[in-house]
Design a protein around this ligand. Sequence first.
Ligand SMILES: NC(=O)c1ccc[n+]([C@@H]2O[C@H](COP(=O)([O-])OP(=O)(O)OC[C@H]3O[C@@H](n4cnc5c(N)ncnc54)[C@H](OP(=O)(O)O)[C@@H]3O)[C@@H](O)[C@H]2O)c1
Length: 313
Amino acid sequence: MNGPILVFGARGQVGREVVALASARGVPIAGLSRQEADITNEVTVRAALDVHRPAAVVNAAAYTSIDRAEREPELAAAVNVTGPAVLAAACANAGVPLIHLSCDQVFDGTRKRPYVENDKVSPISVYGRTKAEGEAKVRELAQRHLIIRTSWIYGPHGRNFLRNVMKLAGERDELRMVGDQIGCPTATIDLAEAILVAARKLAAEAKVSGIFHFAGNGATSWYKFATEIVQRQAVFTGKTPKVVEIKLSEYPTAAKRGLNCELDSSRFRSTFGYTASPWNFRVAEVVASLISAANRKAAQAAAAATAAAPPPA
Ligand SMILES: NC(=O)c1ccc[n+]([C@@H]2O[C@H](COP(=O)([O-])OP(=O)(O)OC[C@H]3O[C@@H](n4cnc5c(N)ncnc54)[C@H](OP(=O)(O)O)[C@@H]3O)[C@@H](O)[C@H]2O)c1
């Protein structure tokens, strides 16, 4: 590629995985946090493109608190609509292709089959509406772009369902989880790989563009996802809290959600030749890595406490 990949939102769970994976592979990449580049600030964004002269830009920055967005619609719109518009215009001006991330929440979740790229967007929450409007800005303003819609992201960093369940499983004897909402849990490492594969093709082939769905392989419910996490964690901790299945209607939230979040990723697979691993395969891997990181931290803290203790009299 002629120049690095430039990632905005590089401290988020997806952003940091993309930067880490590319760095480990020796692929030139630069990541900018919100503090280093606010995507709603045109001057900062243009300056970043001038400095880095990227071959492709990845927008991993977003306002992602679905329920909080209901009470902060302006802030959500600034990051999810104005931000992508600023990035798209700056990329068009610099002649750089843009990869923008979006989500299943652009749909209302009522379809009885997995959503495909051509399905009409029909958001039912503030967050979903801002993501749909952000997509529209990218399509309107960026000359060359890919919009990658994904769902139910989990990984070793940041706020996500897997880390939440692991924490709750350590604290409680019973977890209540929604069983009638279906989606495709997507590991950050698989999504990072998909973004790198797409960036390489986008930088090399002028005709690659449009919307693509990329999500974990296989659909499941939050209840089954949580059960898998608890079982994997129990291998290390021996603690198995009971997971109780409830309905989405029994779990009131500020934002409305539909029952079907399943995305069909076959267009991504046929265009880019890459598919995510089965979602439960990655769950085992991420749980194991988080447990060993916690064990390492505990051992270091114990060693530090021993070193700091006064010698016996
Ligand atoms: N999480 C999911 O389950 C999920 C599902 C489907 C799709 N997606 C989409 O996937 C993408 C990545 O999500 P994620 O889970 O990695 O999100 P995340 O962990 O919440 O990270 C988002 C990052 O964006 C940064 N950010 C917020 N406002 C910004 C601004 N104005 N300028 C620059 N950076 C800004 C945040 O900075 P701070 O750390 O300083 O707040 C954060 O580091 C998003 O487009 C999201 O909509 C996510």
